[in-house]
Design a protein around this ligand. Structure first.
Ligand SMILES: NC(=O)c1ccc[n+]([C@@H]2O[C@H](COP(=O)([O-])OP(=O)(O)OC[C@H]3O[C@@H](n4cnc5c(N)ncnc54)[C@H](OP(=O)(O)O)[C@@H]3O)[C@@H](O)[C@H]2O)c1
Length: 250
């Protein structure tokens, strides 16, 4: 029987307006996916992609109530795709710095900053994954949490709240893989190193001299790995954290 259900694969992606998320939305769109994006600003016409404005939800992930409202809206929008969500990529994150760009360490970081960072970088991902669980299970979907190399080592520029939120997200990825796996949902993380985006701090050039591949990573290289983890090519990969850092972790 004919049906008017949208047959495209679907992705919910947080933080698509710049950097890694932007490269990802372009990659998935090119592959014919429908991408629903969430971030604080309205859709930017500076760097558009097909169907961007209609499928963008303005959302501040630090607002717990707002996340709940957005989940209801996303679920409603996914009805057009038969209630299927093929992938959730938790990419958006904040990394506060001191005035002047200095590192916020564990002695001085104000607790309210710590809480905000954990809400955006850690609680929002699990809230979204749980809120969209039914749609992910229906599609036997894939979740990718964007962690960081700083989750496993002290980094000269990354603040403590940011680093510990990423370490927690890596641990959560492992826990989720165990819990979501029996429902056919794979959960993996990618841990970028120094990727050429606006999040990088002055002084990164010096650091690059110590990276085995001797260069920054490109956002498209990260997007390729995210796409791999959301595709059938990685159908037996779950609970992994893939380093994308030119060998910086060795
Ligand atoms: N760049 C690197 O070298 C690097 C290295 C390791 C890990 N990572 C990780 O990779 C991911 C992407 O990094 P990036 O460098 O591409 O970041 P970015 O350029 O700073 O972009 C962050 C994105 O997240 C959105 N966002 C930020 N705060 C938000 C909030 N409270 N609510 C909703 N959306 C929010 C932003 O959009 P709006 O401004 O519109 O909200 C933007 O689209 C992050 O998880 C980051 O920790 C990056």
């Amino acid at each position: 029987m004919a049906t008017d259900t949208d047959q495209r694969k679907t992705l919910v992606l947080t933080g698509a307006s710049r950097g890694i998320g932007h490269a990802a939305v372009k990659r998935f769109s090119r592959e014919g996916w429908r991408v629903i994006t969430c971030s604080r600003q309205a859709f930017s016409e500076d760097c558009p992609w097909p169907a961007g404005p209609e499928d963008h939800i303005q959302l501040d992930l630090s607002d717990q109530e707002g996340v709940g409202i957005a989940i209801a809206e996303i679920r409603h929008r996914l009805e057009a795709n038969g209630g299927r969500l093929n992938a959730l990529v938790n990419n958006a994150a904040i990394s506060p710095k001191l005035e002047g760009g200095g590192r916020m360490n564990s002695i001085e970081t104000p607790m309210h900053v710590w809480r905000d960072v954990f809400q955006v970088n850690f609680f929002a991902p699990i809230m979204l994954a749980r809120g969209l669980f039914k749609e992910l299970a229906t599609a036997k979907g894939s979740i990718v949490n964007v962690t960081s190399i700083v989750g496993s080592r002290v980094h000269p520029f990354a603040g403590t709240a940011y680093a510990t939120s990423k370490a927690a997200l890596a641990a959560l990825t492992r826990e989720m893989a165990g819990d979501f796996g029996p429902y056919g949902i794979r959960v993996n993380a990618i841990a970028p190193g120094e990727i050429e985006t606006s999040i990088l701090s002055p002084g990164t050039e010096k650091l690059v001299e110590t990276i085995p591949l001797r260069r920054l990573g490109q956002t498209s290289e990260v997007a390729d790995t995210i796409f791999f983890l959301c595709s059938d090519q990685s159908s037996y990969v779950t609970g992994s954290e893939i380093h994308i850092n030119g060998g910086q972790h060795v």
